[in-house]
Ligand binder design. Structure first.
Ligand code: ADP
Length: 271
């Protein structure tokens, strides 16, 4: 790596600076939002419905362009990457995926290899291996040969996460990846993300509505409210009743898990 490039990558790996965005004819959704996630970290985006989290993820992968501000990966503006280069580095797991009918789980995961398979798109042994390995990591191997439309929501979600893993990206952006998953698979997916962050220096930005799961696994939490960052920091700095209650407009009670030292919310009805 040249000195110039290493200097560029010394800052946050995924970065949004003062980003503003509105959908056509709509009100402003992001209003001067800034965030930075270091390489090899797992960051969770929290915040109420409609606060702009999905829009922010779409901006971070270059699917939407901000009207103002700057989005960078490894210190380089997204607009300055050749399209193919970004596809090799960033994998995106959207909230809902329209399953391509007629493809098996294995074929779907193999599609994640397309940024690597060259112009003709022929899968080589290495691509098949990466696809199989990704299915194994998400516990989706048992239904590798089944059609995606024959799978449950949770099974399909694991296949879509496997597709992102098969891409072997530097950065994974996931929009509520565990929303259809049972508790075992929720922990399995977050545990897997943690492992990849630690062992392969993967950088993960993940929208989560489950504050307790996010607090248990993330290095960094970013609380989004009305298109801005209301709070950011380690779980201890964000999972606090005085931070969360005003943003979610509901009282919350926070405790600490003595075994892990991490904060969690009590599942107690307000009032
Ligand atoms: P979150 O992920 O935090 O729930 P979103 O980013 O999905 O929030 O949405 C933020 C705001 O943008 C909401 O008010 C939503 O209605 C609006 N919005 C989202 N997608 C579109 C779209 N494609 N066109 C117009 N408005 C949209």
């Amino acid at each position: 790596m040249t000195e110039e490039v290493s200097a560029l990558t010394a800052g946050p790996y995924v970065e949004a600076r003062d980003v503003e965005f509105a959908y056509p004819r709509g009100p402003r959704v992001l209003a001067g939002l800034s965030l930075g996630v270091e390489r090899g970290r797992l960051a969770c985006l929290l915040g109420p419905n409609g606060s702009g989290k999905t829009t922010l993820l779409r901006i971070l992968i270059g699917l939407l362009s901000p009207s103002k501000g700057d989005v960078r990966l490894a210190g380089i503006r997204l607009a300055d990457y050749p399209r193919g280069a970004l596809a090799r580095r960033i994998a995106y797991v959207p909230q809902e995926t329209l399953a391509a009918v007629g493809f098996t789980a294995l074929e779907t995961v193999l599609m994640g290899r397309s940024p690597h398979t060259g112009a003709l798109g022929f899968a080589a042994a290495r691509d098949w291996y990466a696809a199989r390995e990704a299915l194994r990591l998400t516990d989706a191997e048992p239904f590798a040969e089944r059609g995606l439309e024959e799978l449950s929501g949770g099974e399909r979600q694991r296949v879509i996460i496997a597709r992102a893993l098969a891409q072997e990206p530097d950065v994974m952006l996931l929009d509520e990846p565990t929303s259809f998953l049972d508790i075992r698979h929720q922990h399995a997916i977050y545990g897997l993300l943690r492992r990849l962050v630690k062992e392969r220096e993967l950088t993960v930005v993940c929208v989560s509505h489950d504050l307790n799961l996010a607090a248990a696994y993330a290095d960094r939490l970013v609380l989004v409210s009305r298109g801005r960052v209301a709070a950011a920091g380690e779980p201890d700095e964000v999972i606090r009743s005085e931070v969360l209650s005003p943003v979610y407009e509901t009282p919350v009670e926070v405790r600490r898990d003595d075994a892990t030292g991490r904060p969690y919310l009590l599942p107690r009805p307000p009032g």
